[in-house]
Design a binder for this molecule. Structure first.
Ligand SMILES: Cc1cc2nc3c(=O)[nH]c(=O)nc-3n(C[C@H](O)[C@H](O)[C@H](O)COP(=O)(O)OP(=O)(O)OC[C@H]3O[C@@H](n4cnc5c(N)ncnc54)[C@H](O)[C@@H]3O)c2cc1C
Length: 426
């Protein structure tokens, strides 16, 4: 690819790729792969100095690619957006993703929780093979190059160290991610660019994130950084979830809390506070608990008694003391009810930059059924920048890959077919 010249603005010659993919995360790479498979000359542009940085970070946690659960349960993870996301997954779901990894030479394994990982739990080898294959198929990758919107002629504006350049691709796929972990490249600056182009974008907000609450100083000093294991958490009318979470200086985080982040965020938006009800002894019902607690504790301290009788100790005992209120330990009935139903009040999400993923983004209503932006013919969006969310468990990457494939396939059709009544952007 010809190096761009500095100002004045330059127009690339005839070798300009017919499709431009912007954002080299899993969604953008997948869109580029499909375009290349369909024989469309494609350029991939990325603002960071290297590709797929967030994907590589996901590899530090073992790279949970997808999940082995039954497909109806799988699609239910996308909550209100399960309809459009299941359209993507019907073409490229968990099974196809595993097969795709195998074809790349990466074996996958199913963990005890049903989550699917590369057998070596690493993202680096998979990414290297993938990018090598894409380059061999003819992909031109241009890193350190930022998408800055469109000019008044509808040309794509890119900027890099050499200055600003214009592109006039027949099709553009945007896969710009959210605005979390901005040090890896996702700034969310695209939100205003798309809004000013007439695209309806729901405000980005943290998903799979930590939440803040008020801890006493004593509790914070003792338990910040400590895990709470084997509890069940319930938020409003959601199904109770079993798992573990971490106590932090500011509040709570970790897998159980992340899984509840959508309804918790909704409560915060509606009333400024959110409530999780914790069951600290999920394997015993209330009556059995009361019976145990009625066994006299004699001269033993409460902490010793609860540890011996019910294995409630450490952070779970700390939570009972912190959140149970002054009368929690007054009698067996009250204590049993607190152990089974302990309210944890949250007052804010942690900042979006710390979140694992983002909610909000380009609304499905702003796109045609094939994903093309109604306000920008010839432009598709894919990945986390689209308005869906899901818990951790491989659901994020699966939908990013699947939406990238869908956008790439639709963009290829657009490039290769006359569009009666609709002018191409160039
Ligand atoms: C710590 C961590 C661990 C995770 N672990 C998992 C996991 O195990 N399993 C899972 O399913 N999900 C996981 N995720 C989430 C998953 O990584 C993301 O959902 C996924 O990477 C999103 O893919 P994407 O292609 O939509 O966006 P991104 O991966 O964010 O890629 C978007 C790209 O666009 C580029 N870009 C942005 N703006 C511009 C611009 N103006 N011009 C040019 N380029 C631009 C960015 O630099 C970035 O490279 C994890 C996330 C984090 C933070």
């Amino acid at each position: 690819m010809t190096r761009a010249m500095s100002s004045p603005l330059t127009q690339l010659p005839d070798s300009t790729p017919r499709a431009l993919v912007i954002g080299a995360g899993p969604a953008g790479l997948m869109a580029a792969e499909v375009l290349l498979e369909k024989g469309v000359r494609t350029e991939l542009v990325e603002s960071a100095p290297s590709v797929a940085r967030k994907f590589l970070i996901a590899g530090k946690g073992g790279l949970n690619l997808t999940h082995s659960e039954e497909i109806n349960r799988f699609v239910s993870r996308y909550r209100e957006r399960r309809g459009p996301v299941s359209e993507w997954l019907s073409e490229f779901g968990p099974d196809q993703l595993r097969q795709w990894a195998t074809d790349l030479g990466i074996d996958t394994i199913i963990g005890s929780s049903g989550r699917i990982f590369p057998a070596d739990f690493k993202a680096g080898p998979m990414l290297r093979r993938w990018v090598r294959r894409l380059r061999a198929q003819g992909l031109v990758v241009r890193t350190g190059t930022r998408f800055a919107g469109w000019n008044s002629d509808g040309q794509v504006r890119l900027s890099n160290a050499d200055g600003e350049q214009l592109r006039s691709p027949l099709a553009t796929v945007l896969a710009l991610g959210g605005s979390n972990w901005s040090k890896l490249g996702a700034s969310g600056a695209w939100v205003e660019i798309l809004r000013s182009a007439g695209v309806d974008v729901a405000t980005l907000s943290p998903s799979n994130c930590g939440f803040e609450c008020v801890w006493s100083d004593v509790f914070k000093q003792r338990y910040a950084g400590v895990a709470v294991k084997q509890v069940v958490a319930t938020v409003a009318s959601e199904a109770p979830l079993r798992g573990e979470f971490m106590l932090t200086e500011h509040g709570v985080e970790g897998s159980l809390i992340y899984a509840l982040s959508a309804p918790l965020r909704q409560q915060l938006t509606e009333s400024g506070r959110a409530e999780v009800r914790l069951d600290l002894a999920p394997d015993r019902d209330l009556a059995a608990l009361q019976e145990r607690l009625q066994t006299g504790r004699g001269s033993r301290s409460w902490s010793e008694f609860l540890r011996r009788q019910l294995h409630i100790q450490g952070s779970r005992y700390g939570l009972l003391r912190e959140l149970g209120g002054p009368w929690a330990f007054s009698d067996a009935e009250t204590l049993a009810s607190k152990i089974k139903d302990l309210p944890l009040i949250l007052h804010a999400t942690r900042p979006i930059d710390e979140a694992i993923s983002c909610a909000g983004g380009v609304r499905f209503e702003a796109m045609r059924d094939d994903g093309m932006l109604i306000a920008k013919p010839g432009v598709w969006c894919a990945g986390e920048m689209v308005d869906w969310e899901a818990p951790t468990g491989g659901y994020l990457l699966t939908a990013c890959f699947a939406s990238g494939r869908a956008a790439g396939a639709a963009a290829a059709r657009w490039v290769q077919r006359d569009q009666p009544g609709v002018a191409h952007p160039s």
